[in-house]
Design a protein around this ligand. Structure first.
Ligand SMILES: Cc1cc2nc3c(=O)[nH]c(=O)nc-3n(C[C@H](O)[C@H](O)[C@H](O)COP(=O)(O)OP(=O)(O)OC[C@H]3O[C@@H](n4cnc5c(N)ncnc54)[C@H](O)[C@@H]3O)c2cc1C
Length: 469
């Protein structure tokens, strides 16, 4: 007689049905399945842009599961308390999930593995959304890499990316009732939460969600932009990047799927540069794996002595895009309006905060975590420490990006600036990067918060101080 006890599938940033190892294993076993997601305490409220993105993505996943004849069950609260209840109510025989690699998630999973196994269930975890498990890439001495280029060469030498798993057929969903378990949340409440503020409604105008949309985006990128990626990726007005980061972060598409599609359909400089960027994502996760405190602490301890200025009005003006530097302000305003900022601008705005304004990178990291739809604890912290110079692999602190030259180089006609800084719409191209030099000052646009040379010199003095301390 066949086993009718259900298998529980716990979704976690793997909101796709294709290339999902936990799903494939569960469906292959022929037991009925129960799919669920837990809004764990830390992310229970959909208050940040990334939480909002996850909520919209869960609604999209629920629609996909409905098409298969099932649904996504939603819970809110502490996984260590909720899952044992689901196990009991459902009389499940197995619990499957795809791994997560951050410290808190890993810790919770280890505790749960033990406690659920003690209840007599089989618990299995599978690789999630990286090309390599983060602990597997090591140098000849068995140590983790500290430099990206060496890491990437090693990854490429041993690259053996597994085939993509198709969406399984013959789904059978369990009818066991789990609605009375602790923390059950009606998915209709989630749908309401995704539009309970004007900010979220505005964000929605810039995004699409779900596995199918992720694949459409990849196809369009490969057809239109991949060949020119290396040359155009730094010019924000050109939209020459893949715009896949939020899909990737929530696992609506896997890095493996992207890798295979890109290597099958592309070649040359654009393709290798793009794959290298995927490599940076991998590297960031390996750094977080080795340094669980990456989000809180400088990886170079001399930065603990940096004489950061108290977060003040200047931090607020940076957040609001009111620094008086058009390129910076355009990036910061785009971030607030859309939840996205192109990589070049992330680097320039981050550098401006940490160097010209001498404000602790952790303040900027917090703001990005609140406002980016693709917020990713590994990529965000690794990049902030890279820009600040405090990371193991980083730009030297003394290399200070000039916000005017960056603007002239990467937005030469001011197209991106004019799109986001409406006060400058009529300023001539001659003054679009330095409106304070124009004869007539644009109305309602501030003067620079600090002169470039003054900010630069102060940053260099601070850096010398910590080096000689
Ligand atoms: C200060 C700062 C903070 C950042 N915070 C995040 C974050 O929270 N989440 C996030 O996904 N990326 C972050 N990035 C990296 C990068 O800016 C974004 O991944 C990229 O802009 C997303 O756009 P895209 O998908 O069009 O990228 P593409 O240029 O098309 O790149 C393809 C993919 O490669 C990965 N990638 C690209 N650049 C990087 C990079 N420098 N580091 C790690 N992965 C990269 C992303 O997954 C991206 O989707 C940050 C960069 C900086 C400088």
């Amino acid at each position: 007689m066949s086993d009718t006890r259900p298998i529980l599938i716990w979704f976690r940033h793997d909101f796709r049905l294709r290339d999902n190892a936990a799903i494939t294993a569960a469906i292959q076993s022929r037991n009925p399945v129960i799919c669920f997601y837990i809004q764990e305490s830390a992310d229970a409220k959909t208050e940040s842009a990334a939480d909002w993105w996850v909520a919209e993505s869960l609604l999209a996943l629920n629609r996909q599961l409905k098409e298969k004849g099932g649904q996504l069950h939603l819970f809110e609260g502490d996984a260590e308390k909720i899952i044992p209840e689901i196990v009991q109510q459902s009389h499940a025989c197995k619990l499957f999930w795809n791994r997560r690699y951050d410290f808190k998630g890993k810790e919770t999973d280890q505790i749960l593995k033990k406690s659920i196994r003690a209840m007599g269930l089989e618990v299995q975890s599978f690789p999630n959304n990286l090309l390599n498990e983060p602990w597997t890439v090591k140098n000849d001495k068995g140590q983790p890499f500290r430099i990206f280029s060496a890491y990437w060469r090693a990854v490429q030498r041993h690259m053996n990316i597994q085939a993509v798993l198709p969406c399984p057929e013959n789904w059978v969903f369990s009818t066991r009732e789990i609605r009375h378990c602790l923390g059950y949340k009606d998915i209709a409440i989630l749908a309401k939460e995704t539009q309970d503020s004007s900010w979220k409604i505005k964000l929605k105008q810039s995004h699409r969600f779900g596995e199918n949309e992720a694949h459409k985006q990849l196809k369009s990128f490969i057809e239109n932009d991949l060949a020119h990626y290396a040359k155009e990726r730094d010019f924000p007005a050109k939209d020459g990047t893949s715009l896949l980061s939020a899909f990737l972060r929530s696992g609506q598409i896997s890095s493996k799927q992207i890798w295979h599609e890109v290597t099958k359909n592309g070649s040359g400089e654009g393709t290798s540069k793009f794959l290298e960027e995927l490599g940076w994502r991998e590297f960031a996760w390996s750094v977080l794996w080795e340094h669980p405190d990456l989000n809180q602490h400088n990886l170079r301890p001399e930065f603990d002595k940096m004489p950061w200025k108290k977060a003040s009005d200047n931090l607020q003006r940076w957040k609001e895009g009111q620094t008086g530097y058009p390129f910076i302000d355009a990036g910061m305003r785009a971030l607030w309006q859309t939840g996205f900022m192109p990589n070049r601008l992330r680097m320039v705005t981050a550098s401006f905060l940490v160097k010209h304004l001498l404000i602790d990178w952790r303040e900027g990291k917090k703001w990005f975590a609140q406002t980016l739809v693709d917020y990713d604890p590994a990529c965000n912290a690794t990049n902030w420490q890279w820009v600040a110079g405090s990371g193991i692999e980083s730009a030297p602190y003394f290399r200070i990006m000039n916000p005017i030259l960056q603007s002239q180089k990467f937005d030469p006609d001011g197209q991106y600036i004019r799109e986001w800084v409406k006060e400058l719409a009529d300023v001539s191209t001659a003054f679009i990067h330095t409106p304070w030099k124009a004869d007539k000052q644009p109305a309602n646009y501030p003067l620079p918060i600090i002169a470039h040379e003054e900010g630069r010199n102060r940053a260099l003095r601070a850096w010398k101080e910590i080096r000689h301390a």
